[in-house]
Design a protein around this ligand. Structure first.
Ligand code: GLC
Length: 717
């Protein structure tokens, strides 16, 4: 074991010879200290147990099921493609090994730097124990101390590096569906958004734009004018964002396959031959994204897309998902032939059924292919959680090189470290009310892991959505940096205009309001880039007391807002816990209404057309008027809503929205200021180096409930 001091509050411990994951950044100073936790080794696994007192809470573990407080369940870090996220699932698409254990006095952060499977039994088997089981003996453990969870999270972000920052257009509204099969389908969606005047910044393209599901090909038949269409739409501020899958179709004459073979870029089976699995295109090979040359090679393939006007991509099936492999299919077929004409007993029937029902993503597949790392040859299972991360790194390098400006990039599989290269969507959820509330609960854990450009498939991917559920979902998603409505082939269509006049009007208003909030959301993202920390914070991280700790259906956004979306069917409103006095905002294009509410539990009515949230005391919320696309946003007049009891400041961050200048600190900063004067007046100021900004309109409520409307010219500075 080797111990390192990373900072005053962060210690690292390294056991055996771990695979370099690239997650930890910064200097390590070797020290002589023992890990203050007892490790047990058995059967190649390493376990440790943390005692949980009655009041301990556990937060983090990334995109998982369960509550914001993770107690009471088992979770596994092992990127898995499983579209049915029922209550009892333990793994989803992401594997994020960071969690914080907190009681009322102390908080400790834990990061397990290990790319294989890690299991967390958080008070499930034994109520007062958190058991961690690492499937290996070579790993790092990092312990983070701090005065609060927020402080620990901020030092974790320093330890793991700055996050991916999308271009500003990435904060627009995106329409997607696995089912837009032709250029005509896509155009129709685009035209309908225009006709209905619903804001739109892009349409995601699923599998059908490709030729036979082959990565980096464009279907001549279904998308004959791909480039033309992409460029024309882009001029209007609407981008196309195509999908890329991890598997490369095995087909003679297909350049990506041939180059991959020639360049030795595919993962190998036990005999040293490229491993064959089956996914959408039929038989495929998987690029070995863990090799640097392969990352470069695959990254360069994105040039085909950037040359066609593309500035954003979604990387999919990169757990990697496997429908079947040759060995398992053969076993299934042989078992079926044997069973033919027979009279199967129960065991034989279930065994046969299992051969086909569970043929996808079997554990043994990931033991049948290998990665060469240095002089080691490791099964994919041993380094599994690096695969999607490294595919995203590869895409990020390629897109950055070939585009020369920022791109949208989201991935389905993820692990910590990937946050530096791309964002993510939370995978194949369903059109279930429970997944709407799950979406809310996942947000803070994703921020804890360093991921900010995140969102769920709004409306739900699988299953049929009701108009009511879609609208309720939009009322939450308008606050998430990635706002994409996506659904599966064969499900009910779910564009915002698909549910009749009333809901179309409501959905349009929500999307417009999203565009109004972009200055604030974008500013919060730039701030997290600069300082780390969280955008979505559970009430428990900020306020004391049982009520705050248990508020699992509310969330703070930035330091300004509290969200309390409706997440149940047939609701006309909901009870909201206010940890302090707040102003309820009924947010509208013109004349938002403000109501001062006392702390405690309040009932708030919330119709499908409303967008409501809460402004915290002495906070300001900047926003702008809606536009059809992000490119058309007019920042000359900024609006501000505020709750100003004594004094409030907000520094609005902005930049050119597309260059990498922010990495060198090229950020416009606008200081908005309001103060309640002794004589009863309200003083407001705005100072900015933003070239576009001219005027700021403040609408402020003071501590007595009085409203102040003030307009100021922006001072330069
Ligand atoms: C996967 C993706 C989903 C996509 C589908 C077809 O299930 O998660 O978003 O629509 O594949 O490409």
């Amino acid at each position: 074991m080797e111990a390192f001091k990373m900072t005053d509050n962060v210690m690292g411990f390294r056991f055996g010879n771990p695979v370099e994951t690239g997650v930890i950044q910064g200097e390590k100073t070797q020290v002589e200290v023992n890990l203050p936790i007892e490790l047990r080794e058995e059967g190649g696994k390493t376990t440790f147990t943390l005692k949980l007192t009655e009041n301990d809470r556990v937060y983090g573990l990334g995109p998982n099921l369960g509550g914001i407080n993770k107690r009471g369940r088992i979770y596994e870090s092992y990127c898995t493609d499983d579209p049915l996220h029922h209550e009892d699932k333990t793994t989803l698409y992401g594997a994020h090994n960071f969690f914080v254990l907190e009681d009322d006095d102390v908080a400790t952060g834990f990061f397990i730097d290990f790319p294989g499977r890690v299991k967390y039994d958080v008070g499930f088997t034994t109520l007062e124990e958190l058991q961690v089981e690492i499937h290996g003996q070579d790993f790092g453990i990092y312990l983070l101390e701090g005065a609060s969870i927020k402080e620990i999270v901020a030092s974790f972000h320093k330890l793991t590096g700055k996050p991916y920052m999308p271009p500003k257009w990435g904060l627009g509204y995106f329409q997607s569906r696995w089912g837009y099969q032709t250029e005509k389908d896509v155009k129709k969606v685009y035209e309908t958004f225009k006709e209905e005047e619903i804001p739109l910044d892009g349409i995601y393209l699923d599998l059908d734009y490709m030729e036979d599901f082959k990565d980096f090909t464009l279907s001549e038949e279904r998308f004959p004018n791909f480039k033309d269409m992409a460029l024309k739409m882009k001029e209007e501020g609407v981008r196309l964002i195509p999908i890329i899958d991890a598997g490369v179709k095995i087909e003679e004459g297909y350049p990506v396959y041939e180059e991959g073979i020639k360049g030795d870029h595919f993962v190998k089976d036990a005999e040293g031959k490229p491993y064959v699995a089956a996914v959408w295109p039929g038989k495929v090979h998987f690029p070995d994204f863990l090799k640097e040359e392969t990352q470069k090679w695959f990254g360069d393939q994105y040039k085909i897309l950037t040359d066609a006007g593309i500035e954003g991509v979604w990387n999919d099936m990169n757990e990697p998902a496997i429908f079947y492999d040759e060995t398992s299919l053969q076993e299934g077929v042989e078992a079926a032939i044997l069973a033919q004409g027979g009279n199967l007993n129960v065991n034989a029937f279930f065994s046969l059924r299992d051969k086909f029902m569970n043929i996808g993503n079997k554990l043994e597949y990931y033991r049948r292919f290998f990665h060469e790392i240095g002089d080691r040859r490791l099964t994919n299972e041993e380094v599994h959680n690096l695969y999607g991360y490294m595919m995203t790194k590869s895409a990020s390098m390629g897109l950055r090189k070939h585009l020369g400006k920022r791109h949208v990039l989201i991935s389905r599989a993820s692990s910590i470290g990937m946050h530096r290269y791309g964002g993510l969507w939370t995978g194949d959820n369903s059109s279930w009310w429970s997944h709407l509330s799950l979406n809310l609960r996942m947000l803070p854990a994703l921020n804890m892991s360093g991921f900010y450009y995140v969102g769920a498939d709004t409306g739900g991917f699988g299953g049929h959505v009701s108009g009511e559920l879609l609208t309720r979902w939009l009322q939450l998603s308008v606050f998430t940096p990635l706002l994409r409505n996506h659904s599966a082939l064969g499900t009910r269509v779910q564009e915002p205009y698909a549910f009749g006049e009333d809901l179309t009007r409501a959905n349009k208003k929500h999307i417009e309001r999203r565009y109004m909030l972009i200055p604030y959301l974008y500013s919060e993202m730039l701030k997290t880039y600069e300082t780390g920390g969280m955008m979505f914070t559970p009430l428990a991280f900020e306020f004391f007391g049982e009520e705050a700790q248990q508020a699992e259906d509310q969330m703070l956004l930035g330091e300004e807002l509290m969200l309390a979306p409706v997440v149940s069917q047939n609701a006309k409103g909901r009870y909201v816990y206010l940890p302090e006095d707040m102003v309820l905002v009924d947010f509208k294009k013109y004349d938002s209404s403000l109501t001062l509410l006392k702390d405690g539990v309040q009932y708030v009515s919330y119709t499908l057309e409303d967008l409501k949230f809460f402004l915290r005391r002495n906070r300001l919320l900047p926003y702008t008027m809606p536009s059809q696309t992000v490119k058309d946003q007019d920042l000359s007049v900024l609006k501000v809503l505020g709750y100003v009891d004594t004094e409030a400041v907000y520094v609005l961050y902005d930049d050119d929205g597309e260059s990498f200048g922010y990495e060198q600190g090229k950020i416009y900063k606008t200081t908005l200021y309001a103060r309640k004067l002794e004589n009863g007046g309200m003083r407001v100021e705005a100072k900015s180096n933003h070239p576009d900004l001219q005027t700021v309109n403040f609408t402020l409520m003071d501590g007595t409930g009085e409203i102040w409307n003030e307009e100021v010219k922006v001072q330069r500075g």
